[in-house]
Design a protein. Sequence first.
Length: 608
Amino acid sequence: MHAMADKFEVAGALREIGALLELEEENPFKIRAYENGARAVEAVAGDLSALAAAGRLTELPGIGEALAKKIGELLERGSTDLLDRLRARHPPGLLDLLRVPDLGPKKIAALHAALGIASVEELEAACAAGRVRTVKGFGEKTEARLLEGLRRLRARAAEARVLLADALETSDALLAHLRASPAALEVQLAGSARRGRETVGDLDLVAASREPASLSARLLAFPLVKDVIARGDTKTSVRLASGLQVDLRVVPPEDFATLLHHLTGSRAHHVKLRGIARELGFTLSEWGLHRLPAPAARPAAAGPAIALAADAPEPEPGAPGPLGPKIPIASEAALYRALGLAYVPPELREDTGELEAARAGALPEDLVTLEDVRGVVHCHTTWSDGRASVLEMARAADALGLEYLTVTDHSGSAHYAGGLDADRLRRQRDEIASVQEQVKVRLLHGTEADVLEDGALDWPDAILEQLDVVIASVHSRLKMDEAQMTARLVRAMSWPFFKIWGHGTGRLLEERPPYPVRVEEVLDALARSRGAVEVNGDPRRLDLAPRHVRAARDRGIPVVLSVDAHSARALRYLRFAVLTARRGWVRRGDVLNTRPVDDFRRAVRPFG
Ligand code: DGT
Ligand code: CA
Ligand code: CA
Ligand code: ZN
């Protein structure tokens, strides 16, 4: 008899069904249902089989009768009839091929039929041998692109970084779980996720407690924990079902602030901060801030130790070494204060001038926050490639308490995305007017215009001037060289009507590198023509890197924080746009959509 499957095996089988259905080009909603089912099963806190036995699986989010039946079967025998049939139809390696960038089910089927390719390794060999280009529908270019995709797939597997949005969703749940423990005095996120990095290697959590063992046990009870990597009283590491590693450190409350600060990083920020501490006669480490023993107080025999003190090595873990007295530090702000510095927010701790500015009192004190933002910019609807209607988007914005929302669907040349022609644009305006009567949020009408190959926008001026907002983005012909792409964008950004540069660099994190472009030159053109720059909050993109955001800010170019929403849920991407803007040192006053609707409208209106 087959041993009962555990919830992670059940989830794995559900995901496999979803992927195999994708290979068969099944309805995307059906595929999503299996993926959502897998997530719901993993998140079960108690015993999944007990839930199944009690007939209560349908109480889980997104699980109906049919899926519940399949889960019951999976629990019992590790498979289902559907999975057996799907597995019989497709060699196991085909599933891995779905992960190769630029390779969809159709192409996989064609390669399988023509060359018998059934695994990533076989695809790699066939590309290298130049056999893929011989298949109908594949050329030399496609072959080269696939090879590049394979290379990126390998790099990604080696790095295995997680998108910020996924990391924060997990850490929000973990923090809530740990904070519910009576042993938790304080729990905080640290590491790259707290700094708002676009991808995250692992999650670092810090807790203050007098009963560390009890908090570690609480972490192990988090439903998504799959493996325990290391378990100690003050340090516990686990791997979650998603593959993400979580490190939890627990210390007494008096050490919390300095450890939180240490584990927040970045490393480069710390190296420089330790240097500043030493100049002032302190040593800073994960053990806290200590005064260096005063040279006069040292015994004469310790002469050489004085020389050592200037570049003293980090104390060994667990062995703070010959340190002076510990300075009590109650908060991160107090730590910076003790070192004669202004508080440096986590998003700025990358050693890109923040400590020099903190010393000079020149750090921006009013970095933009989520609460500052009044309106959402860059929203797609069912008029082009969005999944929600204008009304649904507007209701979602109302629910979030937003003051305004700009509808900016794609323009005509974006065929792939159902772009609008002039007639549909007019009809959309009528719909927006009628939706406006049913909602509180102010609706603005705009466009996400495609920047054509020659740098023209694909709407005539007569149409652009009727709109509230014009975002101009490059979506196609991404394979130009750097000089061509720069010239194209400089021309686009130099048109006289006010515009917003959308999708700066067009990268897809972990998937597609930025297109080659000299960003500074485009920003110069934008500054001359009094345009604005978009900080795109789509967590798969965040395509204008913080250093470029900062370069825009330094040129006085205003910023719009956008969501690039294709669904109502995506309005929440604002959080990631805000984090990225903060990493680019953007202040509240730099952001157009922190302004009341009429000010915003005046600022972005074509032709002023
Ligand atoms: P990640 O996880 O790769 O996205 O990046 P981080 O920054 O979260 O790095 P991680 O998880 O290795 O370490 C968390 C923080 O702990 C890091 O930002 C700084 C601190 N840290 C870790 N190891 C060291 C170390 O060897 N020396 C110093 N100074 N700090 C360290
Ligand atoms: Ca980390
Ligand atoms: Ca870590
Ligand atoms: Zn868009």
